[in-house]
Design a protein around this ligand. Sequence first.
Ligand code: SF4
Ligand code: ZN
Length: 735
Amino acid sequence: MSKIIASAVFRASNRIVDETEQFLNKTIAEKGEDFAFEFPDTGYFLPHFYAMTGIAVKTLGEMRQIMTHARSHTHPEPAESIYKPYLGEALDAGMATLFAQEVLMALRYVYKLEPYYDKEMDFTYNGYITDTILRDLGFQLVDGSMPGFAAIIGAAESEERAVKIVMELQQRNVLTFLSGHNEKGDSVTKQLHRQGVQMGWETRLVPLGPETEHTVYALNWAMRSAMTFGGIKAGDYKKILKYNQNRVFAFALALGPLDDMKWATGAGAINQGFPAICDTEVPEIRPRGVCTYEHVVKELDQDKLIQTCIEVRGVKLTMEKPPIPVAFGPAFEGERIRREDTFLEAGGNKTPAFELIRTREMNEVENGKIEIVGLDDKVKETLEKGGAIPLGIVVDVAGRKMQQDFEPVIERKLHDYINAAQGVWHMGQRDIIWVRISNNAHKEGFKLDHIAVILQNMIMSKFPAIVDKAQVTLHVNEEKVKELAEEARKTYKERNERIANMTDESTDTFYSCLLCQSFAPNHLCVISPERLGLCGAVSWLDGKAAYEIDPTGGNQPVPKGKTLDETNGRWDGVDKYVWANSHNTLESFSAYSIMINPMTSCGCFECIVAVVPEANGFMIVDRGFTGMTPIGMKFSSIAGMVGGGTQTPGFLGIGKYFITSRKFLTADGGLPRVVWMPKSLKQFLGDKLYERAKEVGFPDLPDQIADETMATESEELVAHLTKVNHPALSMPSII
Ligand code: SF4
Ligand code: ZN
């Protein structure tokens, strides 16, 4: 049986190695040996090859060695022969195939053939998956909102089937990559396109490219996650493959008959620990030895396909669907609803609208009660025919453990919950919300009160430990909405003040976040009122609420204990906790220093702070800025040095809001040390940055801080700082 597969794998691997080598020779002849190449926004060179061998390939000439490896199959033997008994040499050929495919894609980039543009569909595929996206998804991977990945290769039996398959995956929150085509040139991407399905990162359906070879983009992405989050060094291929097998819940779904290239790519994927599920008659490959799941499985019953995929790979599911007539899941959060597709809308400066969570006494809330209040004839007509209505969403909650402090934590979630319904869109928060219900959702039977149904159900199921009862009132009378919005504004203001007054000194308990340990085993965040988690998604209040909700979960109280060092922010309770929870690898954390025992990073930081010795200060670069920085590296390269749960003095991963915190690296001089940041980050921080600058006595600081339009290398930077008389230059030496 495996002989048939093995010969298919050999045929395809030989073919692609030959073809790619010819293409490489031609490219070198035209562009030269020294022609530099890197995939867009990455710090990992040609990632598959880099991960397996530790060799950083930077030019066309250097790509030759990848081809030599591929041809001679002399690359390291994969995965300690976990899989060898089944496919033997064919697995090596699978890895060789992926090496060649990666070079092929690089060459296609050189000729601007990637990301592939399909003229007929007028559609551009995603192409290479950037490091920024890899990191963006980090938090979703750990909080369970993205339990797994699928790579669909080929075309479904019909367009309807294609839609059904991806919908099932979306509803299970699985991120789906699409590539390849069938013998007629049709593909799931094209099928979905014809059916008008929205594709892209927002909907978790990402077409990589039209050929089977494009699957390598998904596979080298998985390789990078081991280095980015797992802190595993490039070249430590055994650990990298193990990481893929144990922590990346991915599988391939091969639709339609398998040709040689699909088998060869599949052999490479199996090598990485990813099983393939096929909907055709194929020889199955069952597990033996240390690996506990199947490698190749057939499922001929189309209705059971996705269930089988999920079971084979053991993807953990977290799905609750409120009783509404449309699909529901985070995959629909990014969906856009254009004006012409809108049936009903509220807010968005067209009508008054707001949303508010209120804590009430137990006897004041009737659990499950849903009400629309203020229905007059005009609103009734709009609800039937479409248009814009005023909308005040008031959610009353009660619970023995409910605290007013948790109101904003729950309120922030309303956005996600409403957005998760297919055909329903939500933007903003508080009194600047904007809600749309699409024509399609309306046709499916989605009505205004379903918004209340969603909120009531989701709050009860997501916050069971703090909310015992919840009722939702939708106000639609314009005068009443305005009046209630005014009251709501008072509440928002009080909350703002309460949070602003909360300092690290005002509490004796911080909270930990251990969520990222699922992929960065020794990393933990210690979160204080004035320093949020580095991913930007977890504040001290979030940590506190999460602990109340699930006392054995990923957020635990950390008693500060005795103060050891006020300046650097060290407490003996924190140090004890850090030691125990970093598995005895980290002795101490400083909350306010980048130089002495700085906090570690998992990889999902929003920004990186780095010391620029020549400028006697810090530069800050945020994820998403792809240009050069004054320390001579791009975000992607710096990020490679900071992740993986180790302390790197002089470098620090942080959440954006930490920059304007009163505790921002005070031990090292604080805000006046900041000498450079991208323009967009400055704009993002906006007034808050000016406010803080004024507070620390340097009101002009935001304009003195350089950005990429003023300096992209250190000499230029120092010249600029000298010209504007930046305070960092006259501060004590930073090193
Ligand atoms: Fe990961 Fe830290 Fe964010 Fe928690 S707070 S999810 S540990 S980055
Ligand atoms: Zn993280």
